[in-house]
Design a protein. Structure first.
Length: 296
């Protein structure tokens, strides 16, 4: 008599992340340290360590609140202030864009494909090219921008790519990073108009770490547009923005956590509630500004 196959049991969010870490041959430990969070501590052979806080949507629905969220945020910031590297990941991001989440974690652990920006060529790109790239390589949706630049790795340097890295080997070049910028905001000052721009999005090609990529894109933008300063925001779910400080940005202010709504029918974050939506929160952001021209 034939027997039925065993039922397929879906892995939980935490189990999916642990499965991926095991496949990457990373050493890690799991601590269930909250009503709606799990803590995974990762150690890599290269000496890098990383702590991940996972927010499970079902557990959040049952046990989460604005007050408990701020407790989690404050604990994470305290640990960062002690020199530890911590990130937090909501389950909806893992559901929508798991490969991008994995790519960002890999970069933080130092196991991404490394590409030196000095090997790339920088030039302006159109909105469609930028939008397509960001859709595949950035956690958040692309937004309309005024100016866009990309970094291209010429075919002659494909030799720096690892054999198991996936790319179009027949192409003449490979787009490896994109930055998009706003139109200027012009402020009247005694010594003349002051032109401030925002870097809206920056992303590297998935599973790569383009060393010096952001700096090279910013330099190209500054040459083209002669801004007085450039502002941008760091997502506190991922970092305190140390990478911005390294290339000349100064920390200006902080934005408090904001609430969003997730619908069971459409797990996209929105600012307006639906009858079946769940309230979730981000971790806020940090505003950074890089002065390009020194005012007299």
């Amino acid at each position: 008599m034939p027997t039925l196959p065993p039922p397929i049991i879906a892995l939980s969010f935490r189990e999916q992340v642990c499965k991926w870490l095991s496949e990457m041959h990373l050493q890690f430990g799991v601590k269930l340290n909250g009503a709606f969070t799990a803590h995974i501590e990762i150690e890599n052979n290269n000496g890098r360590s990383l702590n991940i806080v996972l927010i499970d949507l079902e557990n959040w629905l049952q046990n989460g609140s604005s007050e408990s969220w701020h407790t989690v945020i404050n604990d994470l910031l305290h640990r960062r202030n002690n020199g530890e590297t911590w990130v937090m990941i909501w389950e909806d991001y893992w559901i929508k864009k798991p490969e991008i989440v994995k790519s960002r974690l890999s970069a933080m652990l130092g196991i991404s494909q490394k590409i030196a920006a000095r090997l790339t060529q920088v030039r302006r790109i159109d909105q469609e090219t930028a939008s397509q790239f960001l859709a595949k390589n950035h956690l958040n949706a692309s937004v309309s921008s005024k100016t866009r630049f990309g970094l291209f790795l010429p075919k002659q340097y494909f030799r720096v790519l690892d054999p198991d890295f996936e790319w179009d080997r027949e192409a003449d070049e490979l787009l490896v990073a994109v930055a998009t910028f706003s139109a200027p905001r012009v402020f009247a000052r005694e010594d003349g108009p002051f032109r401030s721009f925002e870097m809206l999005r920056f992303a590297s090609l998935i599973n790569t770490n383009v060393s010096g990529g952001m700096d090279k894109l910013l330099t190209a933008f500054a040459r083209a547009k002669s801004p007085d300063d450039i502002m941008t925001y760091a997502d506190r779910e991922w970092s305190e923005g140390a990478g911005y400080v390294k290339i000349g940005f100064k920390r200006i202010s902080e934005t408090l956590p904001m609430e969003f709504y997730l619908s069971a029918k459409n797990p996209e974050r929105t600012s307006t509630p639906a009858p079946d939506s769940v309230v979730i929160y981000n971790a806020g952001s940090i505003k950074f500004v890089k002065t390009i021209k020194t005012q007299n």
